[in-house]
Write a protein that binds this ligand. Structure first.
Ligand code: GDP
Ligand code: GDP
Length: 514
């Protein structure tokens, strides 16, 4: 019940953060009893959170404001209610981490410096570190200078910024705040929207003259943050030859068998993310100078207890794995077809902005025929790939951009093409179309063909690709309206016809010119 109450509270907090507010947000994360509330109270100088010794105590307040060095920041204590049921721990940790990762500008993870690291510390650290946000490890309960040296031991969690503090004795708090504040996004300078747009357009025009280099101030590079008024959210991958892959899907579709097939034939380097132990295992396969990093392979192999729980857990794990990935392999059991849970997981993959490849596994079961020429599986005629693919696509319409492969993981059939496709979609999602060719393309589109009601139509003056991974386009239009669904789809299809972006969703943002 307490967990539920907190969940509701967190949702409320999360909702509030969607309001247009200009204060940056700092999230305090950590397992129960490490001293989060004490730190929270110290910073907000209130006693509104209840501090207590029992883990999992409900807080009446998890949200506050801090002023430091002349700047206001919102603070959220993400709680720390860990249910007793071990199977639910990843879910709870994941949910907390998600709030931190999605909403916060900077994260403070708190650990208890006087106790051994516990599994939840490690799991949480791993999730938070993968999120790519500025992050600080506060080693708490370092009440005396002698104890402070011990904070260094916690570097093995993988954090670069480690600070000893004593929340109770107010030691180390100033240093922590200095560091955290330095990592905040630059202060928002209030600009009239029109003015902001004018600047944007000027840059755009320069850009056109300059032959269509990426739009300044609207790139996926981290320094886009230096122009907060124009900030476009993106997943900001850096160009690298490593591709992070999540294998996702329901229980028993063959995820771990596929993982074995993919990593088995080549020498797999088991490489835990720095400073973590136990569960945190990725496997990297290097082929032709390209690293394929399979995310959290221990998580892929983990088996749930009951069927229902296993299925729920598979959805949670899929979402968790998506967070850390560039490319998702959505595995489906050929003999079972697309089930509701597959569609559910596929939906998350689509929304996550990751590239997706649909893997129809166990294809051997659909083609293995007996002496009578009928399938051994069910006595039907051998399945046809074209027909089968159509059925899958009808059930996963929103993933129309995802390539589909037929494999048999247990027979190691079709494994080579998985690597090829991963490499292709990884390249495609980072592709950038110059503004010049984008607008030459735009000139040629026949918008009359879009089946959109007249009233819902917008005029697009020009467009530019503002980000990669996933490719994100900014449309400069005559009206400030959300794009009609079919209009967006029409445009995405046109873009794909010309520029492909195989395997990746395409995102749009609309900016009214006036
Ligand atoms: P939370 O569950 O992470 O929010 O932890 P609390 O803030 O409720 O603190 C758990 C326990 O640790 C409480 O008994 C606190 O009094 C104690 N505590 C918190 N900070 C410190 C500290 O800096 N030094 C010491 N010695 N104890 C602390
Ligand atoms: P996971 O729960 O998604 O990781 O699924 P597993 O990899 O544990 O596989 C579930 C079951 O499907 C096991 O009995 C596997 O041997 C079987 N399996 C996996 N891949 C194939 C395949 O390509 N063909 C057949 N016939 N069985 C497979």
């Amino acid at each position: 019940r307490e967990a539920e109450a907190l969940a509701t509270e967190l949702t409320l907090v999360a909702d509030r953060h969607h309001e247009p507010t200009r204060l940056p947000l700092v999230a305090i994360c950590g397992r129960p009893n490490v001293g989060k509330s004490t730190l929270f109270n110290r910073l907000t100088q209130t006693r509104r959170s209840i501090v207590g010794d029992e883990p999992g105590i409900t807080r009446d307040r998890i949200y506050g404001e801090v002023e430091w060095a002349g700047r206001d920041v919102r603070l959220v204590d993400t709680g720390g209610v860990i249910p007793d049921d071990e199977a639910l721990i990843p879910a709870e940790i994941f949910r907390q981490a998600k709030v931190g990762l999605e909403e916060a500008d900077v994260i403070i993870m708190v650990v208890d410096g006087r106790t051994e690291l516990a599994a939840p510390d490690i799991e949480l650290a791993r999730l938070l570190l993968r999120g790519g946000k500025p992050i600080f490890l506060a080693v708490n309960k370092m009440d005396t200078p002698e104890l402070e040296a011990g904070a260094e031991n916690f570097r093995r969690l993988g954090f670069r910024n480690v600070l000893p503090i004593s929340a109770e004795h107010a030691a180390g708090i100033g240093d922590l705040l200095d560091e955290v504040w330095a990592a905040l996004p630059p202060e928002f300078v209030a600009e009239e929207p029109e003015e902001a747009m004018e600047g944007f357009e000027e840059e755009f025009e320069e850009d056109m003259d300059g032959g269509g280099d990426p739009l300044p101030g609207a790139q996926d590079a981290p320094d886009e943050e230096s122009k907060p008024g124009r900030r476009l959210r993106s997943h900001g991958e850096h160009i690298s030859r490593e591709t992070k892959i999540a294998i996702i899907g329901r229980p028993n579709v063959g995820k771990s068998t596929l993982l074995n097939a993919l990593t088995g034939s080549d020498r797999a380097i088991v490489s835990p993310i720095a400073g973590t132990t136990r569960d945190a295992v990725d496997e990297v396969v290097t082929r032709e100078g390209h690293d394929f990093r399979f995310i959290d392979t221990a998580g892929i192999r983990r088996k749930g207890k009951t069927k229902l729980l296993a299925e729920k857990l598979s959805v949670i794990m899929s979402r968790k794995h998506l967070e850390a990935a560039d490319v998702a392999l959505l595995v489906i059991d050929a003999a079972e077809g697309v089930a509701a849970a597959d569609a559910n997981i596929g939906g998350y993959a689509h929304e996550s902005g990751r590239s997706v490849i649909i893997i129809v596994n166990k294809w051997d079961l659909m083609t293995e025929v007996g002496p009578d020429g009928k399938r051994l599986l069910d006595g039907k005629p051998p399945a046809d790939q074209k027909v089968y693919e159509q059925q899958v696509r009808d059930s996963l319409k929103y993933l129309d951009y995802a390539p589909l492969l037929f494999v048999s993981a247990s027979e190691s059939q079709g494994i080579e093409q998985v690597f090829k496709k991963v490499e292709l979609v990884a390249r495609e999602r980072r592709k950038r179309v110059s503004t010049g060719s984008m607008n030459r393309f735009l000139d040629k589109i026949d918008f009359q063909r879009a089946s959109v009601p007249m009233a819902k139509r917008v005029r697009i003056y020009y467009m530019t690709q503002a980000a990669v991974a996933p490719p994100t386009f900014v449309l400069f239009t005559d009206r400030d309206v959300k794009l009609h669904f079919s209009y967006e789809r029409f445009l995405a299809n046109e873009i794909r016809d010309t520029f492909k972006f195989i395997g990746s969703p395409i995102w749009f943002k609309v900016k009214a010119r006036n």
